[in-house]
Design a protein around this ligand. Structure first.
Ligand SMILES: Nc1nc2c(c(=O)[nH]1)N[C@H]1C(S)=C(S)[C@@H](COP(=O)(O)OP(=O)(O)OC[C@H]3O[C@@H](n4cnc5c(=O)[nH]c(N)nc54)[C@H](O)[C@@H]3O)O[C@H]1N2
Ligand SMILES: Nc1nc2c(c(=O)[nH]1)N[C@H]1C(S)=C(S)[C@@H](COP(=O)(O)OP(=O)(O)OC[C@H]3O[C@@H](n4cnc5c(=O)[nH]c(N)nc54)[C@H](O)[C@@H]3O)O[C@H]1N2
Ligand SMILES: [Mo]
Length: 695
């Protein structure tokens, strides 16, 4: 199916439907979908929604192209070839749902914990994410999934520091005089924040980017500090040292609103700029200058982002950076403070207990909770036998809103698990992704244009509603409808399995927080929150204070799992640190199959500094082998100033099947977890690179 051109159509009959961008991105844009004759012809940003201000990214402005893509899965499919071969034959919904229910019932009769749901943020919607699906798996008594793959190191750390995933309003960055863009390629992955940063820049603010990679964002800032991956905690401590030394401290704020400052002060005094600089691989003058700017400019704001928390010491680093605005009292101003995530503002507004029904677990397990499997170690866990500690072997996996074969670390292990003949795998998808290729059944899911949903955000403070703009394409059904139909076949007769998608979307928020009439009419409603949330302290911790230390112990810099300091022998064999941040035209592994966006990215690429390239006889455009003990990955070398010496940038996340040798960058990453939050450490990875010919 193709999208007819707007010009060929009669614009008088175009209707506008309000929606929300479903993707895993801090911006959660308010959408306006133009529909004519039942066909979505254009997706635009809502000009009235302050964070969206009428603009969309390149990816989502192609949303119709993705929804009407001719390769979309439009009927249920059942496997007709060997596991993982991606060979399927179409089947009816009845056949697919009956077979799946029969299989899940048989496994659950032995032990429901042998069934594992696997989902992440393909859509961030409260209904098509973990709404009806959560009800289904709770009622089944399936294993719980620890959804750690993205943000749980930083989220846990921020909660330790502030009591929740709480921070500044994105709009007020426009009024800041100094903005540290820290571990964020905002132009690529937080575009709408960048607009506010630009406003601040035009008004005279200084922008500093702290990132190992010279990103498009770093290029447009006044200063770029290209530290080594995983050294942010050391930098924060070095900055604190200088703030103390020059007395750029807000003593009143520290005394009234911060707990544990003496321990943190003592820690920071152990980190003079020279020590921090040596760890970070930058100059001591950079540390001094940044501290001076941060200590003397008001209001100063930090846009911390998840790119800096995919390393071993992620949690400690976030706790340390989160203390900077407490030392200087930057929180006193609405344009000062820090934003890592705003998602913690939403829970009081959400009807989670009703949407997800965790109480249904008790019907199966009584007081006991089922075991929890960490999504970040799915590679190892799929390959585990039953043990007392682990529980039963995973016998069935139901994947929705995620593409673990491409995105989970150490994909060699993940693939090995998905290839198990005795594993029953169901994948709800739009496309035949690397994961869907490994399914026993693929169920065709609707896109955001075709279903109801309700959305929160993690980069702003507005609730949004998504109305379906068009009827489901082909035989597609929404995730919620699929789980509703499966529930009926499983014999789950609780009334909650009869709630419609629309009822769930409209009921997702508490009316005293989000006025349902305004939400329906406008498509979005701002939460009623103070402009400067911590101007007078009032953190969400037990004491109401920001926590600089826990039980008298302040965080310290924690070196990477893989680095010269922690693993010298490994660092000799694999001297390059590899990070794998997103390619600008992809969203994790979503959009890799959209031809125009893949054409923009051309091919899987590794950015490498000229010195590292020359030492290996590598030129731009060469096919190179990137390797370590876990595997090897072929891609094209890009000898580029975007890479600093000693660090290579393997842009992600390609589908394996579009890769040069059927792999992607996660062939090289490992499953070791972060110091807090049980998260993966994708950007904590040693490799070496060689011309492919030498392989
Ligand atoms: N276009 C696009 N947008 C996206 C995404 C996407 O894939 N593509 N992904 C979405 C998702 S799921 C998320 S979680 C967010 C992520 O958005 P961000 O939090 O901004 O994270 P990344 O873009 O992964 O990484 C940001 C930057 O961190 C840098 N970085 C890597 N290691 C370190 C380090 O140790 N220290 C510091 N200081 N910086 C480091 C990387 O070079 C990168 O430029 O973006 C969302 N938006
Ligand atoms: N090396 C490396 N690995 C990484 C990262 C990195 O920076 N480097 N980033 C990590 C991060 S931050 C994250 S968040 C994870 C992301 O991991 P995932 O959440 O798995 O994200 P995607 O790869 O975008 O896959 C989402 C899938 O959901 C599908 N989908 C979208 N909407 C719907 C729907 O309504 N119904 C159904 N059934 N399916 C839908 C899409 O088609 C897509 O295939 O990857 C992580 N992996
Ligand atoms: Mo993410």
């Amino acid at each position: 199916m193709t999208t007819p051109q707007l010009a060929e159509r009669d614009t008088r009959t175009v209707k506008i439907v309000r929606g929300a961008c479903p993707h895993d991105c801090p911006d959660t844009c308010a959408l306006q979908v133009s529909v004519q004759d039942g066909i979505a012809i254009k997706v635009q940003g809502d000009p009235d929604h302050p964070p969206t201000h009428g603009a969309l990214c390149t990816k989502v402005s192609r949303y119709t192209e993705r929804s009407y893509d001719p390769t979309r899965v439009l009927t249920p499919l059942k496997r007709s070839g060997p596991k993982g071969a991606g060979q399927f034959t179409p089947c009816s919904w009845d056949e697919a749902l009956d077979s799946i229910a029969t299989r899940l019932k048989a496994i659950a009769a032995r032990n429901p914990e042998a069934v594992l749901p696997y989902s992440y943020a393909g859509t961030m919607g409260l209904v098509q994410g973990d709404g009806m699906a959560a009800r289904f798996f709770h009622r089944l008594g399936a294993s719980l999934l620890d959804r750690t793959i993205c943000a749980s190191a930083g989220g846990t750390a921020l909660t330790a520091a502030y009591g929740g995933k709480l921070g500044m309003h994105t709009e007020f960055f426009a009024e800041s005089r100094l903005i540290l863009i820290w571990g964020s390629n905002s132009i690529a992955s937080n575009l709408h924040f960048w607009t506010f940063a630009q406003q601040a820049k035009r008004a005279g603010a200084k922008l500093v980017c702290i990132d190992p990679r010279r990103t498009e964002t770093a290029e447009k800032c006044h200063q770029h500090i290209a530290l080594l991956p995983g050294t942010d905690g050391a930098l924060a401590l070095g900055l604190m040292h200088e703030l103390i030394h020059h007395d750029w401290l807000d003593h009143d704020y520290l005394a009234r609103h911060v707990e544990g400052w003496p321990a943190l002060r003592e820690r920071a005094l152990q980190w003079p700029p020279e020590r921090a600089a040596a760890v970070c691989g930058i100059s001591a003058d950079d540390v001094r200058q940044l501290a001076r700017d941060y200590g003397t400019t008001k209001p100063a704001a930090i846009r911390l982002n998840y790119g800096m928390q995919r390393v071993h010491g992620a949690g400690s680093a976030v706790r340390l950076v989160a203390m900077l605005p407490c030392l200087t009292g930057a929180w006193r101003h609405r344009a000062g403070g820090l934003l890592l995530s705003s998602s913690g503002w939403f829970p009081p507004a959400r009807n989670d207990a009703w949407l997800q029904r965790p109480d249904l677990l008790a019907a199966v397990h009584g007081e006991r909770l089922p075991r929890t499997v960490n999504m970040s170690t799915i590679g190892d866990d799929l390959n585990r036998e039953a043990t007392a500690a682990f529980g039963p072997r995973i016998e069935a996996l139901v994947v929705y809103n995620s593409n673990p074969v491409a995105v989970a670390p150490h994909s060699g292990r993940v693939v090995q698990g998905f290839l198990r003949d005795d594993l029953f795998t169901v994948v709800l998808e739009h496309f035949l992704t690397d994961t869907a290729d490994h399914a026993d059944f693929v169920l065709p899911a609707t896109t955001q244009l075709e279903h109801w949903d309700a959305h929160t955000a993690y980069g702003h403070t507005y609730a949004l509603l998504n109305e379906p703009a068009i009827a489901p394409v082909g035989q597609c059904k929404s995730n919620a409808e699929i789980f509703r139909l499966l529930a009926a076949r499983m014999g789950f007769d609780e009334p909650c399995f009869g709630d419609s998608d629309e009822a769930m979307a409209r009921g997702a928020f508490k009316p005293d927080w989000v006025d349902p009439v305004r939400l329906a009419a406008q498509g979005w409603v701002r939460l009623n929150l103070p402009d400067a949330p911590f101007a007078e302290g009032g953190f969400a911790t037990a004491s109401g204070k920001a926590m600089a230390a826990e039980q008298g112990v302040a965080p310290d810099h924690v070196p990477n799992h893989e680095c010269a300091a922690a693993t010298p022998e490994l660092a000799q064999r694999y001297p390059l640190a590899m990070i794998s941040p997103p390619a600008r035209h992809f969203l994790n592994s979503t959009f890799v199959n959209v031809p125009s966006l893949r054409a923009a990215e051309k091919e899987p690429r590794l950015e490498i500094h000229a010195l590292d390239a020359a030492a290996r006889g590598i030129a731009s455009g060469d096919t190179v082998r990137v390797f370590n003990d876990r595997g090897s990955y072929l891609c094209k070398a890009d000898v580029s100033v975007r890479a600093r010496p000693g660090v290579v940038n393997g842009l992600g996340i390609w589908w394996r099947k579009f890769g040069i040798n059927g792999t992607n960058v996660n062939e090289l990453t490992h499953q070791q977890l972060t110091d807090m939050g049980r998260a993966p450490s994708f950007y904590d990875c040693l490799v070496d690179v060689a011309p492919a010919a030498a392989a």
